[in-house]
Design a protein around this ligand. Structure first.
Ligand code: ADP
Ligand code: MG
Ligand code: MG
Length: 895
């Protein structure tokens, strides 16, 4: 016979915390707490398998369920010394839903079930009439609402009218007789709305509530929530039936919720709220102001209402001890519900508590230091993405906020500065040492230099994947996007919101973590990269297998990458080095030259600049690997945009502007994504690749001579589709290596590899590996060329990329086996097949996505590379991936 029902109570239970899948989170933890001997009101759990059966069989129950529930009810009756429906000692129960993970959209809990016109009298006799009828009217209202679908406003209206009629203002003024009268009215309302009387038979009530819980598994809200969170339908929900305990039995009774540690700071101090003479969700309902649990919290909040510590010291100390027991047992911070009935403490729920990133970090490190958990467990406890909040300056929590408007929290961190409305102005002002906030309706690729110069970016239009948001995240700058209530007037150079007008030069603060825009400067907190953060990172580094590198091309980015713990550069994009003002003219000369001699002349001007760039990077990276990608974008991106710019180049080249214009037109690229770019450039114009390779080797030789340490650059050929392309470019590189070796008297040490960023390259990986010492998966182009986006609208992303070269990671895409990841896996296998020691890495924003990093660990990549600000996230994610590969994780989540 199948077992559908599990009992708990009186120091024992048929279930346990491990049985979360079967009993739901709430049920599993109630069973566990009962076994631990904690004061849990007795009851029983109908398993999630009943739910599965219910839906698999036309919404019917297993045959033996009725008998098993009746049996379990008898057990609960025995444990409480009460009887369900009894007219002298009635047992009342709560009916609570509970899936594996806590899930909004499910049925709300029904309390006080079992009350009817007879049992309410028994309850009154055992306590008092006011309490009994107050409980009864609560029950009718809840049951009518969640089981019978009667709108609660019917009941609320009735109470308001009733109070008006009697001249009452507060609920507490109602007497037992008053509540009894309201109960009569409530029953009339139910009959009017449902066409049937309120069920008086406790068994009918119980099965009605059980059915409502199972039905609620399929409500549209629950279905949507599961879809959003990837919870499978097959999980099902459990139902918990539990003896009632009463926090509303007068002034020695209370109900409350607590976190065993502070969920916003992580401080190891009990944190929570309670209400005297209250029931269930009164504490969170906001009708009465809850009080602080501890004296310390009461002192800090300045409340004049007594703390639980003061008001009910025995219950408080009992509760504190239980919280410690729970933490020790679950090895995590707990979120606990409790009720005190006439001085006696009961625990109604425990689950791991939700917390801020800051708290998660502190709790994990503290618990490891208290030896409650191991360092590895601490590493597994912190969500890598939550570190993002901690890596940027944030607004001091104590600071006063003068809010002007709110938009989307598009890129974390906070910054203050003077308002500027144009990118040029941003650049000029920052050149004068001013701190500015760039305020735009929206941004476009032409605004990049202004975004670079600004402390933060604010836009009034656009979403989380708008140009401003994507670029700001890549730059690690705070950004609030789509702040629609703020109006920008470029002409008047003003920003207005809610009747206030701010002008250019006025100071504002942008909080990219919350989306808030504030007037004036606000006190900031600098990110704390040592302390708890440093400890956790140390443990993560010990646990991880993959290396973590950064994508960086400027010395500033490289320095930032090092300070965040990057172990090399995974992607240095050389084209960015040519956009600077003093170089672009030489670059344009090179592009527009009619022949090889002309190109070589221009390249000779670029060589020392490029060499200096690499020297700077090699010096900062101190012998760590640096992957340098040869010139990649279509040349037309460097072409002069205006007549003025064209004239400048013509002058430098000593030719007619008209002639140049023709050539510029001829270079126009019709297919910027896949056209004349990448390795094809090097094939058409070998001297470009040769010069770049020479700059790299000379720089390496210079730094070696200076530091005595070997520099081993990794030269990466972009956009390869077949091995022939790679071998041709490789021979150009080898030629340069040979030449520099001769000149310097020592052959350079280096490797050559390619970026796998075309589906064809992934499939050709075995052939390509013959000529490649490493592969780096360029997941941005690979995602685009595979059409691997999660969203319908990829045009903004594509436009951003082609125009700026800024990594347009789709924040909603994770690389896994079912998509772009499959190509990576194929390339990995084929590449290793041809060259077992091939070095494999991933670059592109996906390299900083924790789920993708998990996938990279599974397929055994050697390293991931991401933007500098993501490096700590990647270090933690890589550590977790390595630890998970060795341990079987339990079913995470809460109940
Ligand atoms: P949720 O999943 O929304 O937290 P719960 O099932 O935990 O719902 O119940 C809602 C409220 O009712 C909580 O405050 C809980 O402590 C209280 N409650 C549930 N069962 C009982 C019971 N048997 N006795 C007293 N209070 C209860
Ligand atoms: Mg609820
Ligand atoms: Mg609860």
């Amino acid at each position: 016979m199948a077992k559908w029902v599990y009992n708990f109570g009186d120091g024992e239970a048929e279930g346990s915390a491990e049985m979360r899948n079967l009993l739901g989170g709430k049920g599993a933890n109630l069973a566990e707490m009962a076994s631990l001997g904690l004061p849990v009101p007795p009851g029983f759990t109908l398993t999630t398998e009943v739910c599965t059966h219910f839906y698999a069989n036309d919404r019917t129950y297993p045959d033996d369920l009725t008998e098993q529930v009746a049996e379990a009810l008898r057990e609960t009756e025995r444990r409480t010394g009460r009887k369900f429906g009894d007219e002298t000692m009635p047992l009342l129960v709560s009916v609570r839903s509970g899936a594996r993970a806590s899930m909004p959209g499910m049925m709300d809990t029904v309390l006080n079930l079992g009350l009817n016109d007879q049992t309410v009298e028994a309850l009154a006799a055992g306590a008092d009439k006011r309490f009994a009828y107050d409980s009864y009217r609560r029950f009718i209202q809840m049951y009518a609402d969640v089981v019978l679908g009667v709108d609660v406003h019917n009941f609320e209206e009735r109470i308001e009218d009733f109070k008006d009629e009697r001249g009452y203002t507060l609920d507490t003024e109602l007497s037992g007789e008053d509540w009894a009268e309201l109960v009569r009215d409530y029953k009339v309302i139910v009959e009017r709305e449902r066409g049937a009387p309120f069920p008086q038979d406790p068994d009918d009530q119980l099965w009605g509530a059980i059915g409502a819980v199972f039905e609620s598994w399929m409500t549209p809200r629950a279905v949507t929530y599961r879809r959003l969170h990837n919870f499978p339908e097959s999980w099902g929900t459990a139902v918990n039936v539990q003896a009632m305990v009463f926090g509303n039995m007068g002034d020695t009774s209370a109900t409350g919720v607590a976190f065993t540690r502070n969920p916003s700071t992580g401080e190891n101090a009990l944190y929570g709220e309670y209400l005297i003479n209250a029931q269930g969700e009164d504490v969170v309902a906001g009708i009465r102001t809850p009080r602080d649990l501890t004296e310390a919290a009461r002192n800090a909040s300045g409340s004049d209402q007594p703390s639980l510590e003061k008001a009910m010291p025995d219950a408080f100390w009992g509760f504190r001890t239980i919280c410690e027991t729970l933490e020790r047992h679950y090895r995590d911070m707990q979120d606990v519900e409790f009720t005190i009935e006439r001085g006696k403490l009961w625990i109604l729920q425990t689950r791991s508590g939700k917390r801020t990133g800051r708290a998660a970090l502190k709790i994990a490190v503290d618990m490891a230091e208290e030896e409650l958990i191991t360092p590895d467990q601490a590493v597994l406890m912190v969500d890598p993405m939550s570190l993002d909040q901690l890596l940027h300056p944030t607004i001091d929590p104590g600071a006063k906020r003068d809010l002007i408007g709110t938009g989307l929290p598009a890129s974390p961190g906070a910054a203050s500065g003077e308002i500027v409305f144009s990118p040029d102005e941003a650049e000029n002002a920052s050149g004068q040492g001013k701190k500015v906030i760039l305020v735009r309706v929206e941004t476009s690729p032409e605004d990049i230099h202004g975004m670079h110069a600004a402390e933060a970016i604010l836009t009034t239009r656009g979403g989380m994947t708008s140009h401003a948001a994507v670029v700001a995240r890549g730059m690690g700058k705070p950004c609030v996007s789509g702040a629609g209530t703020i109006k920008v007037d470029y002409q008047k150079e003003t920003l207005s919101a809610g009747g206030r007008v701010l002008k250019k030069g006025d100071i504002i603060t942008v909080d990219g973590g919350t989306g808030q825009v504030l007037a004036g400067a606000v006190a900031m907190r600098q990110p704390e990269l040592s302390g708890d953060f440093g400890r956790l990172m140390e443990w993560a580094d010990q646990a991880r297998r993959m290396r973590v590198r950064a994508n960086a091309e400027t010395p500033a980015d490289a320095e930032a990458a090092r300070s965040f713990g990057a172990e090399g550069i995974g992607l240095c994009r050389t084209e960015h080095m040519f956009f600077q003002e003093e170089r672009i003219v030489a670059m344009r000369e090179m592009i527009l030259a009619g022949d090889e001699i002309g190109r070589r002349t221009a390249l000779a001007k670029l060589l020392p600049m490029q060499r200096a760039d690499f020297v700077a990077l090699f010096e900062i990276m101190k012998g760590l690997p640096v992957t340098i990608r040869l010139l990649d974008p279509p040349l037309h991106e460097f072409l002069p945009n205006t007549d003025e710019e064209l004239a400048d180049v013509a002058k430098a080249m000593n030719v007619e502007p008209e002639k140049l214009r023709e050539r510029a037109l001829a270079l126009h690229e019709f297919n910027p994504m896949l056209g004349h770019r990448g390795c094809r450039l090097a094939i058409s114009y070998p001297e470009i690749a040769e010069t770049q390779a020479r700059a790299i080797f000379e720089a390496a030789a210079d730094v070696e001579a200076e530091t005595g340490e070997t520099v081993e650059p990794e030269i990466m050929v972009p956009l390869v589709a077949t091995v022939t392309e790679l071998t041709r470019v490789r021979s150009l590189i080898e030629k340069a290596a040979h030449a520099v070796g001769e000149e310097r008297g020592k052959p350079p040490t280096y490797t050559v590899g390619t970026m796998i960023e075309l589906p064809r390259a992934a499939l050709q990986a075995d052939a390509i590996a013959e000529s490649a010492e490493f592969f780096s998966f360029g997941t941005n182009d690979l995602t685009q060329t595979t059409f691997g986006f999660s969203r319908d609208d990829t045009s903004t992303l594509l436009a951003t990329y082609t125009a700026t070269g800024i990594l347009p990671a789709d924040p909603f895409v994770t690389l896994d086996r079912d998509g772009v990841g499959e190509l990576i896996q194929i390339a990995t296998e084929r590449g290793r097949g041809a060259r077992p020691d091939i070095k494999l890495g991933i670059c592109g924003e996906h390299g900083g996505d924790p789920a993708t990093i998990g996938f990279c660990e599974e397929i055994g990549l050697d390293y991931v590379s991401c933007s500098p600000f993501r490096v700590p996230i990647a270090r933690l994610a890589a550590a977790q991936a390595a630890l998970r590969a060795h341990t079987d994780p339990g079913d995470a989540g809460d109940g």
